[in-house]
Design a binder for this molecule. Structure first.
Ligand SMILES: CC(C)(COP(=O)(O)OP(=O)(O)OC[C@H]1O[C@@H](n2cnc3c(N)ncnc32)[C@H](O)[C@@H]1OP(=O)(O)O)[C@@H](O)C(=O)NCCC(=O)NCCSC(=O)/C=C/c1ccc(O)cc1
Length: 371
């Protein structure tokens, strides 16, 4: 398939509608898709005839993340720097979106995971529906929530971001709206009409776009089992200073299904991933989006190089390739993942340059804490 057809482009008056188009792979982002999106976003920004960009996915997913299969192949061939190039471009795209001067509306009518969050949550308008399933599942893959997640998750209410980041818990559209990951919610049957209305807006004024979306948004009920009802417990436990303290705090709570599922999720994840993810989100609370992406780039280079732990390759093997769901993490126990090993992830990989982000006009006020 030609690279252009992995991202479909429609022109409707002053609106550009981009559709991620790898439905069989749940629109997992290939290198070509990232390059094409970056090229289009930058071109639209310079083009005065473009006022608004809509991003959506073909089929049952918005986007299930970065295309992990390609990366694992590159690492297997001893070529971790090819993977690093993928991330550098992906983070650049995330940064351009986070600092974009025109409104971006993302229609999250299906699966939104990992890299899928990175190409939507940084934009000002995120529409959830009854089909939305959101997760940052990286800690069970031996990775960590990246794509600027240490920025946007750390800005969620209380310690909900730590919960989402460490457990990989799935959220539905109502949860996303409640915590601020989505800005609007509407039934999927209304999407076509909404799109038509947005195509008539003919303005880059975010208040006009907002007015259209506000007029049709609904306030869905949170399901009884929604984690958002547990914000008190989440704040009590996930405010812990270390992963060990978080697990111990959960174990002290009165046991029920939600507590045991949460503890099980943490015990299933890579100890190295848990520790670096917690430190990353804690640092993110105090940093701008560019600093977050730069730090995450250093971290991901270590993950790909496998110089401290090789859990990413092992996680992909166990979850995506052999599908035995039985990864052999190294280190295996949390206490074996020492502070000095965590520390190393935050240093630049030798002979690898830091991420170079372009100078952008739309910084920093709009890019700070908008959730
Ligand atoms: C819960 C899912 C989303 C849906 O499950 P399902 O309904 O049972 O559907 P399938 O799992 O059968 O998925 C349909 C197809 O899409 C493929 N797919 C589904 N996500 C993907 C996917 N991220 N990639 C590459 N094929 C996929 C999946 O392999 C499968 O292909 P095939 O077996 O050929 O039919 C499941 O597919 C799933 O867990 N996917 C992985 C989600 C995930 O962990 N995503 C984000 C974490 S990692 C990330 O964003 C970046 C990683 C990355 C790391 C290093 C890099 O250099 C670049 C990127």
């Amino acid at each position: 398939m030609a690279s252009h057809s992995q991202v479909l482009e429609e022109e409707k008056s002053s609106v550009r509608i981009l559709t991620l188009n790898r439905p069989k792979q749940l629109n997992a982002l290939s290198f070509q898709m990232i390059s094409r999106l970056l090229q289009l976003f930058l071109a639209y920004e310079e083009d005065p005839s473009v006022k608004l960009v809509i991003l959506k996915g073909q089929g049952r997913a918005f986007c299930a993340g970065g295309d992990v299969s390609a990366v694992v192949r590159d690492i297997g061939q001893g070529n971790w720097r090819l993977g690093a190039k993928f991330f550098a471009d992906e983070y650049m795209l995330n940064y351009v979106m986070a600092t974009y001067t025109k409104p971006q509306v993302s229609i999250l009518n299906g699966i939104v995971m990992g890299g899928g969050a990175g190409v939507s949550v940084h934009g000002p308008f995120r529409i959830a529906t009854e089909n939305t399933v959101f997760a940052m599942p990286e800690t069970v893959l031996g990775l960590f929530p990246d794509v600027g997640a240490s920025y946007f998750l750390s800005r969620l209410p209380g310690f909900f971001g730590e919960y989402v980041c460490l457990t990989g818990a799935r959220l539905d559209g109502a949860d996303m709206l409640a915590c601020g990951l989505a800005t609007h919610y509407l039934p999927s049957t209304r999407l076509t009409a909404l799109e038509a209305e947005l195509c008539r807006v003919d303005s880059s004024d975010p208040t006009l776009v907002s007015a259209i979306l506000d007029a049709c948004t609904q306030n869905p009920h949170l399901k009884q089992q929604s984690a958002y009802h547990r914000l008190d417990v989440i704040d009590r436990c996930f405010s812990g200073r270390t992963v060990e303290e978080i697990i111990a705090a959960l174990e002290r709570e009165a046991s029920d299904d939600w507590i045991s599922t949460t503890i099980r999720a943490l015990k299933k994840a890579s100890p190295a991933s848990l520790k670096i993810s917690l430190r990353s989100i804690r640092e993110g609370r105090l940093q701008g989006v560019g600093q977050c992406l730069s730090r995450e780039y250093r971290m991901v280079c270590h993950v790909l190089k496998g110089d401290i732990s090789k859990d990413f390759v092992e996680g992909c093997r166990a979850i995506l390739i052999d599908k035995d769901k039985n990864p052999k993490w190294e280190p295996w126990r949390l206490e074996e993942m020492k502070d000095r090993m965590v520390e190393q992830y935050f240093k630049r990989v030798e002979e690898e340059e830091d991420l170079k982000l372009p100078a952008r006009k739309n910084l920093p006020a709009l890019a700070m804490a908008k959730l």
